[in-house]
Design a protein around this ligand. Sequence first.
Ligand code: G1P
Ligand code: ZN
Length: 544
Amino acid sequence: MTTPVTREITPFDGQKPGTSGLRKKTGVFMLEGYVEAFVQSIFDAIEGCEGKTFVVGGDGRYFNAEAIQTILRMAAANGAARCIVGQGGLLSTPAASNLIRQREANGGLILSASHNPGGIDEDFGLKYNTANGGPAPESVTGAIFENTKTISRYVTLETPDLDLSALGEVAPGDMVVEVVDPVTDYAALMETLFDFDAIRALLAGGFAVKFDAMHAVTGPYAHEILENRLGAPKGTVLNGTPKVDFGKGHPDPNPIWAKPLVDLVMSEDGPDFAAASDGDGDRNMILGKGVYVTPSDSLAVLAANAHLAPGYARGLAGVARSMPTSRAADRVAEKLGIGCYETPTGWKFFGNLLDAGKATLCGEESAGTGSDHVREKDGLWAVLLWLNVLAVRKMSVADILRDHWQTFGRNYYSRHDYEAVETEKANAVVEGLVAKLDGLPGTGVAGLTVEEADQFAYLDPVDGSVSEKQGLRVMFRGGSRAVMRLSGTGTEGATIRVYLERYVPAEGDLEIETQQALAEIVLAVEELTQLRAITGRAEPDVMT
Ligand code: G1P
Ligand code: ZN
């Protein structure tokens, strides 16, 4: 039974890893041989498993448990020495990244479709992370995809399912499966970075906090760290028990999907601070009494204040942000005299900068913030850094934001998403703008003057690799900007993302309602792209 068996298989179309691994409808992942074909393609792309150690875990969504059993059998049959698995198959993405690093594993397989809903009719995902703890770079994901096109066999064991509910070691075949508590090592890492005493004192003084785990993987982490270790009252963590379908919600921490939490902080007797994280625990949303902090502003504020936390007291080496993220952080980097990097969308592009010690903090407008403590974005980490800053500065979230804008100016910012657009129409919108880009500089659009327009390409300063066609940028005079790109994580049609940004200097009007502040840029985008006309959509599906 523990002798590896080889099974024949034919390739599946479209096993192409996107912005963050392979994402498909759960039903697709459940097709016979689908997981096997992709996993064998991963193992072949990394030159086999012989003697290797992997971390395996996921966000607990529907089919997580079954897919993990398949992966463990295949890892054993392919000769792996050890798999470190979160109890019950659970590991948040940042905790998995930490374990890969701490245990010096060769890599990890993380099962998640992040903030996408879970369930038999919803989404599933699988990605490979390398030994630095970060998402595999394009060279590796490219090799995996090439393998999926020609895969003809996979190797597995015919052993029964393993019991992953108890801590300790079990052995299918010659491989050891080590079941670990998913929270312990992660919580210990957080204690090394932040002043837990100061945060404990803040909370003991009556500073009220709510954390919405959205029925997803961060529940157990938040209960342990916020309530048990930091002494926040029971009930601080909302929706803290992971469910396979996330309570039928979208585990996406933004003002749309976490509306109850936003309504709470906007109410008279709301908490002083509130936050939420996503399906796999790498995203965050930060709120203060009466205010929503955009992820772009959050990155900038954290960059300006990180030195107040012990883990960053030595200062930052640099800050990196994805191209569509607002340029608020750039102003902080400039003032601090540290490096500032603009990368394509997707956390994998930060890995080299972090490994090379060029950047300490990274962020994306899509509610991702993180640092060099792991190689993924990290939702709870961002919450704890905010709490550490609040404990030291003894100001409200709203006052910290206002103070920041009065120092650096304000980058009004919003993202408009048009979801499930027919692919041909979405391509027509993009191609239409591409064709115009070269002629735009110097022209006027909706009362704005175009300064520069291009397709973003990234030259990685560490390994020299080039990533082209990473989004269209139109820069206007005065520091405003519109960016457009197609989502690489959707599973239905195409999602057009339009990123809008307007800069107002410190002495300007810092209190305009965001959508109103950006209205002119919205008009300019329509004039440039005919997006709404071509897609027939009167307005975006989601505005964050
Ligand atoms: C989205 C976000 C991107 C993030 C990714 C994975 O990708 O925009 O910032 O890294 O999810 O969480 P997209 O769908 O835009 O390709
Ligand atoms: Zn996520």
